[in-house]
Design a protein around this ligand. Sequence first.
Ligand code: LLP
Length: 410
Amino acid sequence: MNGFDYRGGVLHAENVPLSAIADAVGTPVHVYSAGALRHAATGFKAALGHLPSPRFAFAVKANPNSAVLRLLADAGYGADIVSSGELRRALAAGIAPAGIVFSGVGKTDREIGDALDAGIGQFNLELEEEGRVLASLARDRGIRAPAVLRVNPDIDGGTHAKISTGRRENKFGVAIADAPDMYDRLARLEGMDLRGIALHIGSQLGDLGPLEAAYRRVGALVFELRRRGHGITRVDLGGGLGIPYRSDDAMPSFDEYGAMVTRATDGWNVGLTFEPGRVIAGPAGVLLTRVIWVKPGATYPFVIVDAAMNDLARPALYDAYHRFAAVMPSGETMTANIAGPVCETGDVFGMARTIDRVERGDLAVLETTGAYGAAMASTYNCRPLSPQILVDGDSFTVVGDRIMPAEFAA
Ligand code: LLP
């Protein structure tokens, strides 16, 4: 795990022992490694940098922390946003409006207006009517809205059903068969500056095959649109690359992805946009937690930790796997269920797992939580939003406070 390793028997984030962070801010706490974020950000760009005028828009939904966004802005990333809230975060982090892409199947008129006023670089249209509203709001402002049409290529990305977006029954994009005529109609609208196509078939994709098939469908569409006289200058290839959560997960490397993109987009003659989220932020975070109890169970004991599904919803939502490791492992192991304090049976991080032996009071981490971790936190059970820490070399900074439910309106 890049950015996190054991030194002298203690798990560190870069040069900082996680025990020092727990002492300083308490647990549970989300900890990010700035070095790991930079490493992924530069590695991803390097693997695709040879492609024609590439643009990189970090999917803010994966980790909207302002310090993380600033770091990625410094690494040359724009932002893929899905709400006015994300727009504000991206702008506040210093991301240039021209580098912002607005995705999402339910943009309100107000959100579209906010984004037009901010001068963002690209709207990804999800339906024809949205294009008409966008064009008319742009016309009212005396401008033309830069946009691409998101298509649904009807390809199963082979990921969890709840994070699959490219099958025809999913809510995203317009049917690829309908796209040519729709593109003709939208491109004619006053106030519309339609430049190309977007797609995104799902997240945590472990196999490049479906992605390549989807790209090839889009390639055929690009040629059809050119045949109809459209000047197609940009294709947004979305995000979706998977990362290893289990020790033995084999995931495509950035270079393998780069080689596939190069092959699949050969001859398109367009600028390419990428919207990576998980691959940038996921490996760069852990959720640091403390064991409250080791409670006897019918088959295996329950290791009850102070982090819960409100801090990390992925296991409860998608049966997702996150490795569990002690901060100061003794070398012994145990088989146990790992659970949080929330009053739901589903508030478990793993069942029948062989893990480092832990006892009441020990510190442990759930690994690979930098993407869709704090981003999806809630205050369920009136629990606080956990703090967020960014470690950079020898130092760490609180980049997100612990927010108590009492600080929210009831
Ligand atoms: N672009 C679009 C249009 C998206 O919908 C998404 C993710 C991304 C880019 C970034 O995808 P990534 O590179 O991170 O796979 N909460 C779920 C993941 C939901 C993904 C939603 N869309 C999870 O924890 O697995």
